[in-house]
Structures are given as C-alpha cells and as structure tokens.
Write a protein that binds this ligand. Structure first.
Ligand SMILES: Nc1ncnc2c1ncn2[C@@H]1O[C@H](COP(=O)(O)OP(=O)(O)OP(=O)(O)O)[C@@H](O)[C@H]1O
Length: 244
C-alpha cells in the first residue's frame, strides 16, 4: 500500500535551528504531532505543504516526489487555527471552493456542498458570511471544504486551539465522522498543543524536540511517557531537573 507521506532524511535550517526529519505516515493513518514551542512542528508542516524547501532529503506524498511541486499543486489540504475562510464569500461558496475553484457550481456539486454542510451540522448556514459565525462554526466550514476536496493527506496546524475543551472535542468527533464516511479516509497530520486531543483519535503520536522527531509510537504508549524522559518532562509528569 502506498504511504500517504514519507520524509526521508529531510534537512532544513531556520536561523540557528537545524531540523532533521525522518517520517512515514500510512495511507489513512492519523498522526498527532506534539512538542515544546519552537521544536519545529509548524516547520514540519511547512516543508510538507511546500511553503519551505528542504536543503537535503526527499518528501513524497501519496507515492509522488514533491521536489519542485508548488504548494497549490500538492495533493493535500490544510486547516489552520484561523484565516481558513474568505471573508467576502458566503459559507456555501467557501465550501464550494474545495471542488470549484472558479466558483462555477454545477447542480451536482451544489448538492455535494449542501451534503458537506449538513455533515458538519451547518445545514441552512450557506448564506452566512464568516464574520456572522462563531469560531467553532467557521472551523466546521473549513472541515466541510477539505472533506469535499478528497485529497489523500490533511494537515491540521492547531486548528482547534482557539476553541474551549468541549468544542475541541466536538470538532474531533466531527473529523472522525467525516473520515468514517469515506471509503478511503485521508491520512491526517495534526499539530496540537493539547496532547489529550490525540487520545482516542490519533493512531500514533510523534513528539518533536529541537528540530527532530525524538519519539513516536501508538498514542497511548507515547503519552504514557515511559519510553522517553523528554516526553514525560513535556507532559509535566517529570519535573524539570528531576531524574527520570
Ligand atoms: N521564518 C523563520 N525564520 C527564522 N527562524 C524561524 C522562522 N520560523 C521559525 N523559526 C525558528 O524555527 C524553530 C522552529 O519553529 P516552529 O514554528 O516550527 O516551531 P513550533 O514547534 O511550531 O513552535 P510553536 O509550538 O510555538 O508554534 C524556532 O526556533 C523558530 O524560532
């Protein structure tokens, strides 16, 4: 089976920080990425999305090498913490952009957009502008759009960070339901500052530290912190300076 994402010996330097990533994500797998501020989580996503180019190594998505492939041409979708929507377009057209970039929406596509809005609990919201919606509702619109696009890889960069715990859980459930409705669910790489978001959702979790993947494994095992004292320190189960 094709891997959704492979980073092979990828290197990148940001000012004084050297990054080095080796990673393989299976088709349909959900990977959470955690780690301290400045560890390189967003840089990892930038490299995969094509916003930054590695100085060495290769990145492949869905079996295709990505060197020289522009961000818009990569077979992936991204949801950020905010600014996912075009403020001048209504909700219907923000979602329709996922399948009709020129906003010419054929009747069959119209039904698909409406079904996607329904799937995220926003039936009837099509005529609203993003400014007339809550933060959680706006992120649901962003999810509806990426699921219409049907790409093999979905990058989530702290998409629910601005939401409270109950809303974050609700969004994770919506994401899980959207995946379950697809014959071939996309692989997900989800950067989060909330390790608890990974539990029950992410198959594996990667812990980034100082520009590399310091530990990776099944989510519950990784978050138990027993395998690596750096994970336990990050989670606060070992105090700084205390011996593991
Ligand atoms: N545009 C840039 N130019 C120079 N250095 C940068 C740039 N962006 C990030 N860095 C540096 O690269 C390192 C990794 O940053 P990155 O944003 O990837 O970390 P992060 O793990 O996503 O952090 P956070 O959790 O705070 O978002 C940091 O040391 C940061 O200062």
């Amino acid at each position: 089976m094709k891997k959704a994402l492979v980073l092979d010996n990828v290197r990148f330097a940001h000012g004084g920080s050297e990054m080095h990533f080796d990673l393989a994500v299976e088709a349909g797998e959900w990977l959470a990425v955690i780690g301290p501020s400045g560890a390189g989580k967003s840089t990892l996503l930038d490299l995969v999305a094509g916003f930054a180019a590695p100085s060495a190594g290769t990145i492949a998505i869905d079996g295709r090498a990505m060197a020289g492939v522009a961000p818009a041409e990569r077979p992936l979708s991204i949801v950020f913490q905010d600014n996912n929507l075009f403020p001048h377009l209504d909700v219907f057209h923000n979602v329709a952009l996922g399948i009709a970039p020129d906003l010419r929406v054929a009747a069959a596509d119209r039904r698909r957009v409406e079904a996607a809005l329904d799937a995220v609990g926003l039936a009837g919201f099509g005529k609203r502008r993003p400014a007339e919606m809550s933060g959680g509702e706006r992120q649901r619109v962003a999810l509806a759009r990426v699921f219409l696009r049907d790409r093999p890889l979905l990058l989530l960069d702290e998409p629910f960070a601005a939401l409270g715990p109950a809303l974050r859980r609700e969004m994770l459930v919506i994401l899980t339901e959207l995946r379950a409705g697809r014959a071939e669910p996309p692989a997900i790489v989800m950067v989060t500052h909330h390790p608890e978001d990974a539990v029950g959702h992410a198959d594996r979790t990667a812990f980034l530290d100082a520009g590399e993947i310091a530990a990776i494994g099944p989510t519950r095992r990784l978050l138990a912190g027993d395998d690596d004292p750096r994970v336990a320190r990050y989670l606060g189960t070992i105090a700084p300076g205390e011996r593991p």
